[in-house]
Design a protein around this ligand. Structure first.
Ligand code: SF4
Length: 458
């Protein structure tokens, strides 16, 4: 490839794993065009912040990061070019262009594949600041390289982008575009490439992974994709996230239950359980179906780790409806659970709904769910004491009293707890067999049984 760019680039990736992949792709495109990577914004010629912008707190975090970089730019006498990419730029780039003059360029989510071109324009001395916000239709392929952290043993793999579900509270379809699935053979090729680079665990992601294939001509099934990716030689672990309950099929659960290297881990973001709220959210699924999926999944996989996420304080969530959600959380005993307070997002249908709940009450409800879940999570972890788990080592532990940290199959990165190991030697990327000897609310503690279970054929 012709080297059109020069200088050092520093990337800050905010928000979710889907955004992280976009950052990795942009990093590789810039690198292949001649840039090198800087570890700190202070050392870079160009700083790119890939923002999140789907709800209030995420927008605030993005704005804070941009303003902090603007300050560094000021300290360096304007020697840095500041590029803002991602969801916030897609949603508000044109508006923020005039409000944050320190940012040189705003590029939306549709521009990921053209980052080298945009950086070239910037480096060619284009003094004019601009916002480039096009239709969000970028979809990566296996031919896009990615900058992964060196020695990465775990990597996300985006099987689709965008979403066509139109949940009434969600701004994502307008930021990320309609649902677009990658072809199965392209996904398998990327999985092979990742394994060849040393990745041991692949995590399939998308806005709604269970909608996979519905937009493609021959409508490939997610269950078939899971089978094909799990068959990639050398792949030790495969995990699926973001399974919308309206689209989970028996076939997907059966595949999860039958393939040895697929984690028995179901991330089922239900958001609520009250039927009136589910309908107002346009979730296209009933409480009965949600209960049935959980019953079926646990029936097929008694060792299943079940994760969900909830929204509390949605308009019309009366105390009675909230109690229904609390009862469900209490009875269903999720292994992992996250709660968001409802964020009223402009341009979404729910923003116009009456009977809004005060911020204070939303926070009270969130805290009530989290307190309940903390007890459940501790009790679930206690049941694991004495069990043997396969742990993928992530590195040295920073927690006192422990030598190593890793994740067992029940723990997804970034959102769940981890497993701390008291002593033993292993490198990042090794799998070790551990006995769980203790826990706290969210993490497990264990001891290595054998130093290297690759030899043990775990
Ligand atoms: S499924 Fe609903 S909440 Fe999730 S991205 Fe799509 S529209 Fe948003």
């Amino acid at each position: 490839m012709k080297k059109l760019l020069a200088g050092k680039l520093h990337i800050i990736s905010l928000g979710c794993s889907k955004n992280l992949i976009d950052s990795e792709v942009m990093g590789a495109l810039a690198r292949d065009s001649g840039m090198t990577m800087a570890n700190r914004p202070q050392d870079a010629d160009v700083v790119l912040v890939n923002t999140c912008g789907f709800i209030g707190p995420a927008k605030e975090e993005s704005l804070e990061a941009i303003l902090a970089l603007a300050e560094i730019k000021k300290q360096r006498g304007g020697a840095i070019r500041l590029v803002v990419a991602g969801c916030l730029a897609q949603r508000y780039g044109r508006k923020l262009l005039s409000e944050i003059p320190e940012a040189d360029l705003w590029i939306g989510t549709g521009e990921v594949g053209r980052i080298a071109e945009h950086l070239q324009g910037l480096q060619a001395g284009g003094a004019k600041r601009k916002a480039i916000v096009s239709r969000p239709d970028f979809l990566m392929t296996a031919h896009h390289k990615r900058v992964l952290p060196s020695g990465a043993a775990t990597a996300y793999l985006k099987i689709s982008d965008g979403c066509s579900n139109r949940c009434t509270y969600c701004a994502i379809p307008s930021i990320r575009g309609r649902a677009r699935s990658r072809r199965p053979e392209d996904i398998v090729l990327e999985a092979e490439n990742l394994v060849a680079r040393g990745v041991r665990e692949i995590i399939l992601i998308g806005q709604d992974t269970t909608a996979y294939g519905k937009d493609l001509k021959n409508r490939p099934l997610l269950s078939g994709l899971l089978t094909d990716v799990s068959a990639v030689s050398g792949l030790r672990r495969l995990r699926l996230l973001y399974a919308h309950p309206a689209h989970v099929t028996t076939g997907v659960l059966e595949t999860m239950a039958s393939r040895e290297n697929i984690c028995r881990y179901l991330d089922l973001p239900i958001q609520h359980i009250d039927d009136a709220i589910l309908a107002a959210m346009n979730r296209r699924v009933s409480s009965k179906t949600i209960r049935e999926i959980i019953r079926q999944a646990r029936g097929m996989m008694p060792d299943l780790a079940l994760r969900t996420s909830l929204i509390v304080g949605f308009p019309r969530e009366t105390p009675k409806r909230f109690d229904r959600l609390m009862d469900f959380v209490r009875n269903m005993r999720f292994d992992h659970l996250g709660v968001f307070t409802y964020s009223r997002e402009e341009g979404t249908p729910a923003a116009d709904l009456p009977s809004r709940i005060s911020e204070k009450e939303k926070e009270r409800r969130r805290d009530a769910v989290m307190n309940e879940q903390a007890d459940i999570s501790l009790a679930v972890n206690q049941t694991l004491i004495g069990s043997i788990q396969e742990v993928l080592i992530e590195g040295k532990s920073e927690r006192r009293g422990f030598a190593l940290v890793g994740r067992c199959r029940r723990q997804a990165p970034d959102v769940d707890g981890v497993t701390y190991l008291k002593k033993g030697r292993a490198a990042a990327g090794d799998f070790v067999r551990c006995k769980i000897t203790g826990c706290d609310h969210y993490d497990l503690f264990g001891e290595i049984l054998f130093d290297n279970c690759r030899k043990m054929k775990l």
